[in-house]
Design a protein. Structure first.
Length: 154
């Protein structure tokens, strides 16, 4: 579980096997939420399967936890982990994020939908999902949840 505090910091609770709590050494499960070191001025968080994402006021997305199948957006599809939140590179300014399983999603300020991770079926993009890819839509993404997006007209 991840949450944003009133002052824009990130709190996490649960297992730390894959670094989801943002601390080393990995492992264990404290009985109370802990502050994740690093992200500041966060406006939204999203949690997937042992992976978490934070969106800050500047539109930057950070990821930490389990990176299997490219879930960290770092280009590595191997099953690895990062307890330190790292910037998801290759994204424009983002206004909204979501997660589903080992997949991260983001909508940019122009309504473009971006995704990375192992839960995507993107045809020609499937082999490149360890880094964010823009998903073609018939119009700008207005909102999204899980594997579904609501689009407007262009």
């Amino acid at each position: 579980m991840v949450a944003v505090t009133a002052d824009g910091r990130v709190c996490a609770r649960g297992g730390n096997t894959h670094g989801l709590l943002g601390v080393e050494p990995r492992g264990g499960q404290p009985g109370r939420p802990v502050l994740v070191p690093g992200p500041r001025d966060v406006v939204q968080v999203a949690g997937g399967s042992d992976v978490a994402y934070a969106l800050d006021r500047d539109g930057t997305v950070r990821a930490w936890g389990r990176g299997a199948g490219g879930a960290l957006g770092d280009g590595d599809r191997q099953d690895h982990a990062s307890a330190r939140p790292v910037r998801v590179n290759g994204l424009p300014e983002i206004r909204r994020i979501a997660a589903h399983g080992l997949t991260g999603y983001a909508v940019d300020t122009a309504g473009g939908l971006w995704a990375w991770g192992s839960g995507l079926t993107l045809g020609e993009h499937a082999s490149r999902t360890a880094r964010p890819v823009r998903i073609p839509l018939p119009g700008p993404a207005l909102d999204f949840s899980g594997h579904h997006a609501i689009t407007g007209t262009e």
